[in-house]
Design a protein around this ligand. Structure first.
Ligand code: SF4
Length: 259
C-alpha cells in the first residue's frame, strides 16, 4: 500500500480511529470489520497482491513493508510538526526500549503468562489422543443419528479455537502493557495505553476461563488438569487486575463506545 492510499483511507470518517489498537485481532469474529481501517487496508492489500499471504515468508514480507511505510509516515508527521530526530537519538531510544523489554520479560506477570502458554501447549500435546477419541466417538454417534451431535462438534471446536486464539495473545498483550513507557504515561493526560492493553489481555483471560470451564464439561475425566489450568489463569487474572487497577474501566474505541 502507498502512503497516498493510506492518507485517503485515514480521512474516511466511517473508520473508528484507533479501534485496532485494543482489539484481539480476531477479525473473523469481529463485529467492526467495516469500521476498521486496518481490516480495510489488509483487504485492499490482499486484492492488490492476488489474495492473502500464501506462506509465512510472504506474510512477513508484507508485514515488513507495511511497517516500513508506517515508520516513514511517522517521520513525515514529526517533520510536519517541526520535530527532527537525530540518528543518535533514535539509536538511544531503541536501546532503551530493548533494555526495558528484556527487563519486562522477567516480570512475574510476564513469566506467569509465558508459563500459561506452555501449559496449554503441553495440555493439547498430551491430550491429543483423547481429543481424537472424542472426535471418533462423536462421528460414530452421528452415524447412528444421535441428536445434538452437530451442536457438540461446534461446541468443542469453538472452545478449542477460543483457547488457542488467546493462548499466545495473553502473553503478548500483557508484555505490551508491562513494556509501556511509564514515565511518559505519567506525564500524559491521555488514558494509558498500558491500561488498554491490560484490558485486552484481561478479556482474553475471561474468555479463556469460560472456554476451559466448557472444556471440563466435554472432558470430565480431565477435570484435574483443567482445574490446574483454571487456577493458574485465575491467579494471573487477579494479579493483572492488581497491577493495572483501572484497566477494566479503560474505554476502547468502538468496542466500548459504539452503540
Ligand atoms: S478491530 Fe476488528 S477488524 Fe479491526 S483488526 Fe481488530 S479484530 Fe480485526
Amino acid at each position: 500500500m502507498k502512503k497516498d492510499d493510506f492518507r485517503r483511507m485515514a480521512q474516511d470518517a466511517n473508520y473508528i480511529p484507533g479501534i485496532y489498537n485494543y482489539c484481539d485481532r480476531w477479525c473473523e469474529r469481529c463485529a467492526f470489520t467495516d469500521r476498521c481501517m486496518t481490516f480495510a487496508m489488509e483487504l485492499e492489500e490482499d486484492e492488490r497482491q492476488g489474495g492473502p499471504p500464501k506462506n509465512a515468508d510472504e506474510f512477513w514480507r508484507r508485514f515488513e513493508s507495511s511497517l516500513a511505510m508506517t515508520q516513514e509516515m511517522v517521520m513525515d508527521m514529526a517533520k510536519e510538526q517541526g520535530i527532527e530526530f537525530e540518528a543518535h537519538e533514535l539509536t538511544e531510544l531503541g536501546r532503551q526500549q530493548n533494555q526495558r523489554h528484556e527487563e519486562v520479560k522477567n516480570h512475574p506477570l510476564a513469566r506467569a503468562a509465558f508459563a500459561y502458554d506452555q501449559l496449554v501447549d503441553d495440555w493439547f500435546r498430551t491430550g491429543q489422543a483423547d481429543l481424537r477419541a472424542k472426535e471418533e466417538e462423536i462421528l460414530a454417534q452421528a452415524q447412528l443419528g444421535v441428536e445434538r451431535v452437530k451442536e457438540e462438534v461446534i461446541g468443542i471446536t469453538d472452545v478449542v479455537e477460543i483457547i488457542r486464539w488467546y493462548q499466545p495473545q495473553i502473553y503478548v498483550k500483557l508484555m505490551r502493557a508491562l513494556d509501556a513507557d511509564k514515565a511518559f504515561e505519567a506525564r500524559s493526560e491521555q488514558p494509558k495505553d498500558s491500561d488498554g492493553s491490560a484490558k485486552v489481555t484481561l478479556i482474553g483471560m475471561d474468555r479463556s476461563i469460560a472456554a476451559w470451564l466448557r472444556m471440563k464439561e466435554f472432558f470430565p475425566d480431565k477435570t484435574d488438569s483443567i482445574l490446574t489450568m483454571l487456577v493458574h489463569l485465575d491467579r494471573l487474572r487477579r494479579a493483572t487486575e492488581r497491577e493495572f487497577p483501572v484497566a477494566r474501566r479503560f474505554v476502547r474505541p468502538g468496542f466500548d463506545t459504539a452503540s
